[in-house]
Design a protein around this ligand. Structure first.
Ligand code: FES
Length: 249
């Protein structure tokens, strides 16, 4: 099937979303809560686009492109006046919520003049995109989740205690788009969600590989061999290269 994005006819496949077709064709749609490896949830609304169709009698509307499935002949505008206005409002509200986030401010400035609403200044950079909780669930830990309601809603371990289910993999901190999640790596330990984890050191170079807790978790749940984690990625590559050069000699 075909869809039209900003007047360009593009190939699309049944089951795809508008965002995935746009990304494949390098059409820029800003996103904050989307990650290709995770199911979309439409939390940030930043990927909103305007859609219509020749069979819809002139009806057009705003939808989140990360959730909207393509239909043949769909006409999409990523920069119509309605989209630009809505995107600016969403970003203004995010700046008001997270004024300390350089990522949010840069994005807001890129998409138009920033309206300075009254700020919510508790220092948090969390935009409730749920990337961290979804990634944590995908890893299989479920160590953090959304707690409280309304303006008090936040991401935390159960009962705000140290995260007992956390294995220190660091996926939540790596995927957080605003740098809200605090993780401190030292040569031998990692601190996150109120806990300190020991690193396994690479047996070749001594660099940290992963936390011992994550290794144990992976061995148990992902059926990986413990020996896989004895060396870091760089040393694994070096060993492979050496093996190939010995074979070729
Ligand atoms: S990326 Fe679509 S709603 Fe956030």
């Amino acid at each position: 099937m075909h869809i039209f994005i900003n007047g360009k006819k593009l190939i699309a496949t049944k089951g795809e979303t508008v965002l995935s077709v746009a990304k494949r064709n390098r059409v820029d749609i800003p996103t904050l809560c989307h990650h290709d490896a995770l199911e979309p949830v439409g939390a940030c609304r930043l990927c909103t686009v305007e859609i219509t169709h020749e069979d819809w009698n002139g009806w057009k509307g705003l939808v989140t492109s990360c959730l909207y499935p393509v239909v043949d002949g769909l006409v999409v505008a990523t920069d119509s006046p309605a989209v630009v206005r809505l995107r600016q409002t969403i970003l203004d509200l995010l700046v008001a919520r997270c004024p300390e986030s350089a990522v949010i401010r840069d994005l807001a400035e890129k998409h138009g003049p920033v309206t300075e609403y009254k700020r919510h200044t508790d220092g948090s950079k969390c935009i409730m995109c749920y990337l961290c909780t979804r990634a944590c669930a995908a890893v299989g830990c479920h160590a953090i989740s959304a707690v409280n309601r309304g303006t008090l809603k936040e991401i935390a371990p159960p009962f705000h205690q140290d995260a007992i289910a956390c294995v220190g993999c660091g996926t939540c901190a790596a995927i957080c788009p605003t740098g809200h999640i605090q993780m401190t790596d030292k040569p031998r330990t990692r601190e996150i969600w109120g806990r300190t984890f020991d690193f396994i050191q690479c047996e070749d170079c001594g660099a940290p590989v992963i936390t011992a807790a994550y290794r144990d978790f992976a061995v148990q749940h992902q059926k990986l061999d413990e020996s896989y984690y004895t060396t870091c990625t760089a040393c694994k590559k070096k060993r492979t290269a050496q093996r190939f050069s010995t074979v070729g000699a």
